[in-house]
Design a protein around this ligand. Structure first.
Ligand code: ZN
Length: 203
């Protein structure tokens, strides 16, 4: 808590500063910008933020962000449900969809394993993925986590879990390292994404 300011200001600074990529300095600038702005803009921001979670849900199958029980991709009967591409974030699904490089379906983990930040397997949607595979009909799992230390650790953990329940003939692949280490899938261009996908190798 920041005690230099009245509580209502400190509260909003702390809220902004808790967002990824925003430090205390930027958070303070944003709050003072809102103080100077017409009342409408902070009202609009508050309403947009508070309705965010109530309007959205996670797809029952792939855990992608959606407004109905199933996301548009899981509802699309032309998609190849035997191939599941496992993503860190819903933002990565968006990058693949925008590039039009994938005709299978997805599974969104909503993060990667990160013991230092207290993110264990139970904080991610790993058990849902294992259930999907156990349900049958899955031929290939493509691990498309980012090429970071946490992404690699998550890929290794998932491979072990999948091998433990491995139904006959399940292929586990990891997307190629066309992406420089530390770069993020959601910012890669479509040629890089297509190359990473087509160069995937068995894991
Ligand atoms: Zn879905």
């Amino acid at each position: 808590m920041n005690s230099k300011f009245p509580a209502s200001i400190s509260r909003l600074i702390d809220a902004f500063a808790s967002l990824p990529g925003i430090g205390e300095k930027t958070a303070t600038r944003l709050v003072f910008h809102l103080i100077r702005s017409p009342e409408n803009s902070s009202k609009e921001l508050g309403e947009a933020a508070s309705s965010l979670k109530t309007d959205l849900k996670l797809c029952e199958k792939c855990k992608n962000i959606t407004t109905s029980n199933l996301c548009g991709i899981c509802e699309d009967s032309t998609r190849d449900v035997s191939k599941i591409c496992v993503m860190e974030e819903a933002l990565d699904v968006l990058a693949f969809e925008k590039a039009g490089v994938w005709k299978g379906v997805y599974h969104v983990l909503h993060g990667v394993l990160n013991p230092l930040d207290g993110v264990g397997p139970e904080s991610l949607t790993i058990s849902n993925l294992l259930n999907r595979v156990e349900g049958g009909g899955v031929e290939e799992i493509i691990l498309a986590m980012n090429p970071s230390i946490e992404g690699e650790a998550t890929a290794m953990y998932l491979t072990k879990q999948l091998k433990d329940i491995q139904p006959e003939g399940l292929k586990i692949t990891r997307i190629a390292r066309g992406l420089p280490t530390g770069s993020e899938l959601s910012y890669a261009d479509e040629i890089t994404l297509a190359a990473a996908l087509s160069g995937r190798r068995e894991f």
